[in-house]
Design a protein around this ligand. Sequence first.
Ligand code: ADP
Ligand code: ZN
Ligand code: ZN
Length: 821
Amino acid sequence: MTNKPFAEVIVDISARNLDRVFHYSIPPEINVPLRAGARVVVSFSGRKVEGYIVGFSDVSEVSGIKNISEVLDPETWLPADLIALAGWMADRYMCSTVTAIKALMPAGARTTGQTFFVPADSPEVVPVALLAGLEREVFDYVCRRGKVPQKEMFSRFGGRELETVLKELGSRGLIEVVRVIKPRLKPRQVQVIELALNREECERVIKDIAGKAPKQGAVLRTVYEYGSLPAAELSGLAGTTPATVRELIKKGYLAAKTVEIRRDPYASRSFTETEPLKPTPEQEKALQRLQKAITCSRLETFLLHGVTGSGKTEVYLQAIDCCIKSGKQAIVLVPEISLTPQMVERFKGRFGNLVAVLHSRLSAGERYDEWRQIKTGRVRVVVGARSAVFAPFDKLGLIIIDEEHETSYKQEDSPKYHAREVAIARGRLTNCVVVLGSATPSLESYSRALAGRYSLLTIENRVSGQALPEVTIVDLREEMKAGHRSIFSRELIGRIGDVLARREQVILFLNRRGYATFIVCRECGLVMKCPKCSITLTLHADEHELRCHYCDFRIKAPNICPDCASASIRQFGVGTQRVESEIARWFPDARVARMDMDTTTGKGSHEKILNRFRDGGIDILVGTQMIAKGLDFPGVTLVGVITADTSLNLPDFRAAERTFQLLTQVAGRAGRGKRPGEVVVQTYTPEHYSVVYAKNHDYRGFFREELTLREILEYPPYCSLVRIVISGKTENNVIQGSEMTASKLSQEFSRYSLGITQPLLGPAPAPLSKLRNRYRWQICIRGTPGSLLRRVIRKALESQQNDPLFATLKVSVDVDPLGMM
Ligand code: ADP
Ligand code: ZN
Ligand code: ZN
C-alpha cells in the first residue's frame, strides 16, 4: 500500500536505452492498493503498453506525468521479492529488467495487446460528405461495425494505402485507435448448476412437479442426489435437454454458477502415500542442521554432498516436512531430465495435493493453473525444473536444488540465468534456507563450501549399506593391439554374459553430448589440444582442419599421429543404434531397449521404457545422458560405459569435471539393491585423472587436482567468464562488428586491471558458426570474479550501440556460460 503520488514503472519494451523506470501518477479512480509487483497498463509514446510497478516516489523531476491507465488483475501480480530478484538478475546477467521480469512469469499470465479502430465520439461535426474512395469505405465500415480489430481491417482493405488512410481519418478526428491489453490465457472456468433451494424445499418441489413435469423432476432429483454438476453433464445424466435445465433456472429452483477449475496434469493418477523413513545416523545429522536453520528462518546455504544412493531425497523430504510444519513453503528444483513420474511420485506420495509440479511439457494452460495454485497458497511445495525457482510463494522457507552440478540449470536464452545462483539470491532476499545437493558437486560450489561460504553436510555411505560399485577401466588401445575391433571390449562382453546368465540387468551408457568431433590416435590415445587454452581441438572436416573454439587457433588435421607416427588417427564417434545392433549380434537372446532422443519423442514413451525395464521386461538398456541420473533400479548390477572419451574431449575447460561427474553418476546406477554392482569403463586414456578418481570414488582427490589446474590456467572459479556472441545476416558486418567490439573492450581493459593475464580471447567464429541463416562470432572475456568485469563490458557495449553497424547485428551476452556453442 502506498500514499506516494508516483509509481515507478518498468515498461514492456525491450530496448537497452529504455531499461529504466518511468514515473506515472496514480489517478483517484484506481482504488486498489498498489504495491511493487503490480501489473498495469500505461501509455508510452502514444501506445498502450504493459508495465510493472517496481517502486514509488514522492517527487518527480519530470513534468507532464501521465496517469496509469489501468490496473491488471491483482491475482497475476508478482510478489514483491520477485521484483527485487528481477533487478538482481538484470545486473548479474546483463539483460534488461523487463526481460528478467518476463522470465519470472508463466507464459499464460502474460498479456497481449490488440488494436481496434472505433468511430470517434462526435463524427457529425466533421464534413463526412467530403470523404471519397477508400477513405469513405473504411470510415463507413468502422461506423457500421462499431469496433474493428486491426487484423480484420488489414485483411479486408489491405495494403500500403490503407495505412495512410487510417492516419488521415485519425488526424481528422473521425476514427480512434484503441489498444486493449488483456491476458493471453484465462483460468479455465466451467458453468455448474446447483440447487437454489434448500434440501427440504427441494424435496417438496420434486414431489410437486413429478406428475406434471416428469423431465423437470428428473433434473431436480439429479442435482439433489449428485450435488452441483457442469451444465452439459447434468442434462445428459437426467436424460433431458439443456432447455429443461434453463426452465428450472428461470423458475428459481436451480442456479448457474461459474467456477474455476484446475487443469491438473496429474489428475488421473493416484499416488501411494508414504511415511517418513527412519533416517540413518548420517541422514539424521544432516537433517538436524537443516531443521534448525529452517525453524529459525536463518539465511543459510548448505551443500549436501552425499554419494549416489545415500538417501539425499529422503533428507529433502523430511526437511520440506519441517518447513511446511513451520508454516512456510518450499521449492525443489530437479534437472528437467530427472523430472520423471518416479521422481514426482516421491513428492506427491509424501505431501499429496500440497505439491504442484512445473515442467516444460505442461501446456501453457496447465502451467498457468499451477502458478495460480501456488500464488493463492493452495499448495505448499513446488517441484520443478529450472524456472520453478520463480514460483510465486510469499512465505518461502526452503529452496532445494538437487544435482546442483547439472548444466540444465543454466538457461540458454536471455536472460541467461543459472537457477542455482538465482536460488541463492532469492534466499538472500527472503531470508530462507537453500540446499544444494549432489554426489559430485560443481567445483564452484565445493570450493565455496570449503571457504565457509556454504555449510557442508556430507553423507559418505549408501543407505543400503552396500559398497559403491567396483569400477574396472578397460584400455581400448590394448584391445586394438590385440586385434579386437568390436565397440565392446572382451572384458565388457564377458561381464554382460555373466550378468545375463544370473538374470540380472545391464545399463550400457553412451555419451553423445554435443556435436563436436575430435580425432584420436587409436594406438597411443593422443588427442590434440590447443597450445594456448588446453582445450581439445575440434575437427572441421570440410577444411580438414583442427580449431580451438576459445581462441581460434588453427592447424591442419594430421594424417599420422604426431606422437607415435601411427596412421590410426581418426575421427571419433559411435551412435546408440550401432551399440544396439552390435549387442544383438553378441547376445541374440537378450531383450534390448534403446533410450535416447530418437526413441523418446512420443509423450510418455520415456516412462514406458523405464517401466518395462523396472518390471524386468528388458535385460539391457542402452542409452545416453537420459539414463545417467536419478534412476533407482535395484535389479541393475552392471553398468558399461562404451567410451569415456567423448566427454573427456569436449572442447570445454570443464571436460574433466563433466567426465568425472558423468562416470560417478552412471556408476551410481549399479548395485542399488541387495546385490553388489560393477562398472566397466572403456577409454583410450585410462590414465586421465578424472577417470582414475572416478574409479576410486574419490571426489575430494579429483577436486584438489582439478582446482589446481584451473588456478594455473586461470579458469573458473579463479576467473569469471563472459561470452559475447555477435550475429547477423551479413558475414562481413558480423566480422567487422566483432572486431570493433573486441577493440572497444581492449581499450576499456587497458584502463582497469582485470587481474587475468589474457582477459580477451577471440574474436573467433562461434563453434556453431551459422545458425538459422545468421553468422555467429564470439568473444570470450575473463576477469577476476566480481562486478567490475560486468561494469566494464556494459560500458564498452553501450558506447557502441548507436553505431549504425550494430543496427544490423544482435549482440548477446552470456555471463559465466556453461557451453560455448
Ligand atoms: P540419492 O538421491 O542420494 O542417490 P535416494 O534418495 O534415491 O539416494 O535413496 C536411495 C534409496 O534408499 C531409495 O530407494 C530410498 O527410498 C532409500 N532410502 C533412503 N533413506 C532411507 C532410510 N532412512 N531408510 C531406508 N531406506 C531409505
Ligand atoms: Zn599415436
Ligand atoms: Zn585456444
